[in-house]
Design a protein around this ligand. Structure first.
Ligand SMILES: Nc1ncnc2c1ncn2[C@@H]1O[C@H](COP(=O)(O)OP(=O)(O)OP(=O)(O)O)[C@@H](O)[C@H]1O
Ligand SMILES: [Mg+2]
Length: 166
């Protein structure tokens, strides 16, 4: 079953994520999908606020990973926009982060769909208007099942062509 929310502004998206943060546990993974400007980083800002992480959230486009600590749980914020291979994920220690007792959230999850852990909660953000977003997620999906981070096919290779395996 899919739960859909309508957000009428950045603050509403942040507030929704802030509420979700209350139910998050160590080892959870949230996979955000949606085009540029859909509100993925705004959603992460709300998560950080809900977890009580004091540091400001910014898009880790160049660093791939930002860590926010000092809250109820550490928050590991990945931006997969430039990720196109399993090696990229290994280099960014993605699989280690999944196992390190925090909450992992990924922007541009489209690029790493095959590498997402089985327990990842997929959250789609869709632009419906200048300030309107539809935010969809499955409800009742267990977030604490054993994950399968090391297996499966390599991530999709949509953004780089220099990788010969793509
Ligand atoms: N309902 C809404 N929810 C979230 N952001 C909104 C909303 N309405 C308008 N916005 C605007 O859309 C933009 C969302 O930016 P944000 O950086 O969160 O997007 P993003 O999905 O992370 O993009 P990118 O793919 O570039 O990382 C902001 O400028 C924000 O003010
Ligand atoms: Mg972003």
């Amino acid at each position: 079953m899919v739960s859909a929310f309508i957000s009428n502004g950045e603050k509403e998206t942040e507030d929704l994520a802030e509420q979700m943060a209350a139910e998050l546990k160590a080892g959870d993974c949230l996979a955000l999908f949606g085009e540029m400007g859909a509100g993925k980083t705004a959603f992460v800002r709300g998560l950080a606020r809900g977890l009580g992480c004091p540091e400001p959230v910014s898009s880790p486009t160049f660093a791939i990973i930002n860590e926010y600590r000092g809250g109820r749980l550490p928050l590991f914020h990945f931006d997969m926009y430039r990720v196109s291979s399993w090696d990229d994920l290994e280099t960014a220690s993605f699989f280690d982060y999944l196992e390190s007792g925090g909450v992992t959230v990924t922007e541009w999850s489209e690029n790493i769909e095959a590498a997402l852990p089985e327990n990842a909660r997929r959250i789609m953000l869709e632009k419906r208007g200048e300030n309107t977003r539809a935010i969809k997620m499955r409800v009742g999906f267990p977030l604490s099942e054993p994950r399968n981070a090391g297996g499966g096919a390599p991530p999709q290779c949509e953004r780089k062509t220099e990788d010969p395996s793509c």
